[in-house]
Design a protein around this ligand. Structure first.
Ligand code: NAD
Length: 370
């Protein structure tokens, strides 16, 4: 049995509460002979600042570098609003992203039939929805130089951000999208604004060439990013993998997220380069939601985003495709049985605490594992 090294960074607020629901699942998979997990834990965010005055210590950063995958809860909260900027809780997350060179952000939008009525769209548009948005994470307008506010000396100021992409940055995130498509519906929709942006022209040309040279078996289509936004809310089930840059991805992934109902359901993954030996890539998995200080400590948090992040980790980092599918099936079955946390409760369903939902998914997974 392969041993997988997993670093858990529960973080702040509801982070530890939802992370606590993952460990028993890892233990269960170990007992079932699926794989062995070597689990370490560390501190990130406000709790790390309280412990050592930094948002993540060098020692925990070294653990992250040594792990096969990192699982993160959430960081931040009003308690740390006044701490210096460079040691604020989010700085821990940014350090992880930067030093692990996580350039591709993956956000699935999956709509469980049992929750289709929680979406703001009609049931028939979202029931059975299963798309993956791949966003470039380390380049583009959020990082390009110059980035400044100039005083023009005439009572006017000028704000400047620079959208810049090099060929290799587009190619490496493109490969992630094409490879994912091969494991899913075999279709990539690439989005940019080639009609008004030079970086969009380059993006389009590079993805077209990459497709022709390395992934001709995958169906590729291009859409302008604004039009894709419309299509996402008009007919979201037409998409399989959506590939886009940092800025458009930031916007479109939030739109895609809302197709599925609650923020407490949404996992994500951030992937880095594959190692030279052709083995795994650096990867960090986390729920899309934050530390939810308003409900922290009240056992109200929905652990499904965290549990589904673990499922993504099983599939993407550890190659445990069947085990990942079973975890996701356990979640779907529990929802179909009418069990809910407070955020997704509807009339006629039964509301469980964070731990209650964790146990229900654990018990269902045990049943599925036989
Ligand atoms: P949030 O995602 O923490 O909460 C938004 C709303 O969604 C709240 O009403 C919250 O109760 C609810 N919610 C979130 N997760 C839930 C869950 N699992 N179950 C049930 N309800 C859930 O966003 P926010 O309130 O804007 O931010 C709170 C703190 O989290 C801030 O300090 C922010 O900086 C930080 N934050 C961290 C991350 C991260 O760690 N990646 C992401 C976003 C925000």
């Amino acid at each position: 049995m392969t041993t997988h090294k997993l670093l858990m960074l529960p973080g702040d607020g509801i982070g530890p509460e939802v992370m606590e629901q993952v460990r028993p699942l890892a233990t269960l998979l170990g007992q079932a002979g699926v794989a062995r997990f070597e689990v370490e834990t560390g501190l990130v965010g406000g709790c790390a600042y309280d412990a050592c005055g930094r948002a993540i210590s060098d020692a925990d950063m070294a653990l992250a570098q040594a792990a096969d995958a990192v699982l993160l809860g959430a960081v931040g909260g009003p308690r740390w609003d006044g701490v210096p900027y460079d040691v604020r809780p989010e700085a821990g997350l940014f350090r992880l992203r930067k030093e692990l060179q996580l350039f591709a952000n993956l956000r699935p939008a999956v709509c469980y039939p049992a929750l289709a009525d929680a979406s703001s769209l009609k049931r028939e548009l979202v029931d059975g929805l299963d798309l993956m948005l791949v966003r470039e994470l380390t380049g583009g307008i959020y990082f390009g130089e110059p980035k400044e506010i100039l005083d023009l000396g005439n009572g006017q100021r000028r704000g400047i951000d620079t959208q810049v992409y090099d060929t290799h940055e587009i190619e490496r995130v493109g490969r992630v999208a094409f490879e994912l498509a091969r494991q899913r519906g075999n279709k990539v929709t690439s989005a940019e604004k080639r009609n008004v942006m030079k970086s969009g022209v380059l993006w389009n040309e590079v993805i077209t060439a990459l497709h022709r040279n390395e992934y001709p078996d995958v169906h590729l289509e291009h859409q302008l990013a604004d039009s894709l936004g419309m299509q996402l809310v008009r007919a979201p089930k037409q998409f399989d993998v959506i590939l886009t840059d940092n800025l458009f991805g930031d916007l479109l992934s939030d739109v895609a997220a809302m197709l599925t109902g609650s923020i407490g359901m949404l996992p994500s993954a951030s992937l880095g380069a594959a190692d030279a030996a052709g083995g795994g890539r650096r990867a960090l998995y986390e729920p899309v939601h934050g530390s939810a200080p308003d409900i922290a400590g009240k056992a109200l948090a929905n652990p499904i985003a965290m549990i589904n992040s673990f499922a993504m980790c099983l599939r993407t980092s550890f190659g445990l495709v069947d085990a990942a599918g079973l975890v996701e099936q356990a979640v779907a079955n529990v929802l179909a049985a009418g069990l809910r946390t407070d955020d997704i409760r509807t009339p006629g369903t039964r509301t469980l605490s964070t731990g209650g939902m964790g146990r229900a998914i654990h018990d269902e997974l045990a049943r599925l594992l036989g």
